[in-house]
Ligand binder design. Sequence first.
Ligand code: BGC
Length: 369
Amino acid sequence: MKKLVKGIALAAAAAMIVPLAACGGARGGDSANGGKSSGPVTIGISMPEQQLERWQIDGTNLKKQLESYGYKVTLQYADGKTDLQSSQIQNMANQGAKYIVIASIDGTATGAAAEQAASNGAKIIAYDRLIMNTDAVDYYTTFSLTEVGKLQGEYIEKKLGLKEGKKGPFNVELMSGSPTDNNAKYYYEGAWSVLGPYFKSGVLQSKSGKVPKSTADYQSIGIDNWDRQKGQAEMENRINSFYNNGTKLDAVLAPNDAIALGTVNAVESAGWNYYPVITGQDAEKANVRAIFQGKQSMTVYKDTRKLAKTTAELIKDLVDGKKPKAKDTFDNGKKKVPSTLLTPISVDKENAKQELVDSGYITAKDAGI
Ligand code: BGC
């Protein structure tokens, strides 16, 4: 009798194992999946907004790649609203998403939603922007943040001939990214690592006086939400107040392409017969056209196809029960988050065709060539 009971118990256990073993592939064996395997692996993607071309491309690429592994993917955009993003993340978790990829609007505000989702058993992957001050972030994939600022700073350094010893003084206006985005801090540190010494020696100066006292004070020149119109209004103010009397503006550190376009607009409405050196980031179509037209000087190209691929592969490793490749770490104030940092590329008129068009990132028609 005893033997029989044991036999039944074993058979029952074996029967329970069968569906798990049979699930394989898209159904995944990772513990985050709870071993339940009641359907395909479900993944949520939470993107900040659709205004900027890059987030649309990021979202679409990531969804496509994850679906190619057989996963079920929900992609949502939060329209730049932090509350909306938090409730979208919570809904994804409530509906059973086991992996949630988040590009935060506000890296600190997203923490609570990430915690709730993590307590529901979801693994959280911070995408491009880190989620701050919480344990509830498992991985982070992005581009080297300081490198973006450094490439912009080096471009200004090169175009003004600073390394060759040109003494100026040159007038440069500085802006940083959104005060709520951790990326903006690292971006500015990178830019300042190149430009700072020239400001200190007086080769560079800002007529507006808007130069943070330290890199920690980057928010004082931050443009909310990296917004084009806000960037434009800021540059119109500075131009009207300090450069409308023939004073030459030599360069503008514009943190991303949206703000670069705002700067181009501000310069055009000032009616000058020249464009200052204007930096940018993202290689958006309109900006690549502006580069070929000689209005914007450069952009920092971050191949979002690679970021999507890296993130999707990381999730696949987790689903398959493998340890993902993440050789860097990034401190979010609470923990050192295992991270992958991709390499951004400086692009101007000289290499834009090769880097962006020939690589298939944008078409020749979209680049206006
Ligand atoms: C991203 C940039 C983008 C900016 C505005 C940053 O966090 O790294 O690529 O231009 O946000 O959306």
